[in-house]
Ligand binder design. Structure first.
Ligand code: NAD
Length: 282
């Protein structure tokens, strides 16, 4: 084994050692798996969710994974509605109060409303979706960037802060099973992330958009209640199955860690080949 590989293998054990990370939507799906994975890699994690009980369960799971240490030094749960500016401002403030700094924010919370359909979608559904999926990401970016800029940059680690915003494959390609507000919100998350990546690159801040394919999480599977509905989607996925939340968490871990120190402004697709496909294998 070369020295470089030995060093890499050693480093892969604590890929987020000493980093303080906020994960929104940490009570379920991608956010749950990411919070647990980040903690297992040495991060101190703030599990933020509108459902405080769910966020607390994530903290309990972290306790199971990292062992019987003083948990409040490693993970805490905070109730937040990401659509509310004050909630997100307090989230960042409380993170800094608890752990002294902020290194990573994973703006992941999102909804897909059951009455989000085509052009006739109700305005209330549109506004709610935009407020959570897009404005929530904006607030998260705004207060994280403000905090990152106050901190000393750890130049040795080449990191002035990492922002990961969960978008979706529907922000990149159109779907004939419409959810117009959701799609518009995710396209905007990709555009916002790209622009912030460029405007804050010289501050050492990285901003990337995670673009998951269709997953086995409550957000999507609640809607796919028949085999026909599942197959209508799966035919378009070259890998031929729904993704798992943990597969998104591994991608988020890379984007959160210093391994991705030269990656910014990217639409990071983790979609089973969906956005690359014209015709899929039989
Ligand atoms: P999920 O429903 O399993 O988890 C979402 C979490 O966000 C829940 O714990 C929920 O309580 C929380 N949340 C909802 N509204 C909130 C708010 N206003 N403030 C704070 N927390 C709130 O969903 P998931 O599949 O893990 O999705 C996570 C992200 O991934 C979302 O942004 C979603 O749009 C995106 N995504 C999901 C899929 C998929 O197929 N599941 C595909 C592409 C993108």
């Amino acid at each position: 084994m070369t020295t470089a590989i030995k060093t890499a293998v050693k480093d892969l054990k604590g890929r987020l050692d000493d980093k303080v990370c906020i994960v929104t939507g940490a009570g379920s799906g991608i956010g749950f798996e990411s919070a647990v994975l980040f903690a297992s890699q040495g991060a101190r994690v703030v599990c933020a969710d509108i459902d405080l009980t769910a966020a607390q369960k994530t903290v309990e799971r972290i306790k199971d994974v990292i062992g019987p240490i003083h948990l409040s030094k490693h993970a805490i749960a905070i109730k937040v509605d990401v659509a509310k500016e004050e909630d997100v401002r307090h989230l960042v403030e409380n993170t800094v109060k608890s752990f002294g700094r902020l290194d990573v924010i994973f703006n992941n919370a999102g909804i897909m409303h059951p009455h989000d359909e085509g052009v006739n979608t109700d305005e209330k559904v549109w506004d709610l979706t935009m407020n959570i999926n897009l404005k929530g990401v904006w607030w998260g970016c705004k207060y994280a960037i403000e905090q990152f800029k106050k901190q000393d940059k750890d130049k040795a680690k080449k990191s002035g802060g990492s922002i990961i915003n969960t978008a979706s494959f529907v922000g990149l390609i159109g779907s004939a099973t419409p959810c117009i507000a959701y799609t518009a919100s995710k396209g905007a998350v990709i555009a916002l992330s790209r622009e912030l990546a460029v405007t804050h690159a010289r501050d050492g801040i990285r901003v990337n958009a995670l673009c998951p394919g269709p997953l086995n999480t409550p957000l999507l599977q609640t809607f796919l209640d028949t085999e026909e509905k599942k197959q209508r989607r799966l035919v378009h996925v070259p890998i031929g199955r729904f993704g798992e939340a943990i597969e998104q968490a591994y991608a988020a871990l890379f984007l959160a860690s210093d391994e991705s120190s030269f990656v910014t402004g990217v639409d990071f697709k983790v979609d089973g080949g969906l956005t690359a496909a014209y015709v899929t294998p039989e």
